[in-house]
Design a protein around this ligand. Structure first.
Ligand code: TMP
Length: 212
């Protein structure tokens, strides 16, 4: 049986990922693909419990190393329990955030040592790297304004704007470094145009997969 596709979705907070993920799910299902949507941190009972600790705005005292270990623990559980078995069954997995979030937020944002992040990630994901990643490129100031008017912020969203800017610049560096895997989508365009760009990229990948 052929292995399924593993797609990850990335971007700063409020970059419009959710709408586009919904479009992707509908589109792929209409093409007859079996798709499972999950998210990070989260996607399993254990990882969702870890998520509620990580994002709780009351935990302002959380140490950066605690944060990085919690994200990694949630990831290890999701990979083992959901991503690996689903992809092995030949189904597609779409994951809202994954390791690029880790490098962007804990690496560039928090300034933690990249080699250390790399080592922990290697253990947590056990070889499960995405086949393709969509990076929704939107200035964090615009995204957060959008997000914060909708609801109160979580612990990460409540970070200062300089933090979000470092995360954004980090994403841009990652996208340039791994340009074969990471497809940058201009998320400042109107929603319909963003979807056109996403669909184009998605169909290129699906077409490529069908040929092999
Ligand atoms: P979201 O799922 O609503 O986007 O919230 C997840 C938050 O966690 C978001 O602000 C990005 C952040 N995050 C990290 O800091 N590191 C990580 O490894 C992941 C997956 C997310």
């Amino acid at each position: 049986m052929n292995r399924g596709l593993f797609i990850t979705i990335e971007g700063t907070d409020g970059s419009g990922k959710t709408t586009q993920i919904r479009n992707m799910m509908e589109h792929m299902s209409s093409l007859g693909c079996k798709v499972l949507l999950t998210r990070e941190p989260g996607g399993t009972r254990i990882s969702e419990s870890i998520r509620s600790i990580i994002l709780d705005p009351a935990y302002t005292e959380m140490h950066n190393v605690t944060e990085l270990l919690l994200y990694s623990a949630a990831r290890a559980q999701l990979v083992e329990q959901v991503i690996k078995p689903t992809v092995a069954k030949g189904q597609t997995v779409i994951c809202d955030r994954y390791t690029d979030s880790f490098f962007a937020y804990q690496g560039y944002g928090r300034g933690l040592d990249m080699d250390m992040l790399e080592k922990i990630t290697t253990t947590a994901i056990d070889g499960m790297m995405p086949d393709i990643t969509f990076f929704f490129d939107l200035d964090p100031e615009i995204g957060l304004k959008r997000r914060m008017t909708a609801a109160a912020g979580d612990r990460i969203e409540n970070e200062v704007m300089e933090f979000h800017r470092r995360v954004y610049d980090g994403y841009k560096e990652l996208a340039a470094k791994y340009s074969d895997r990471i497809k940058t989508i201009d998320a400042s365009k109107p929603v319909d145009e963003v979807w056109k760009d996403v669909r184009h990229q998605l169909e290129m990948v699906l077409g490529f997969i069908r040929q092999v």
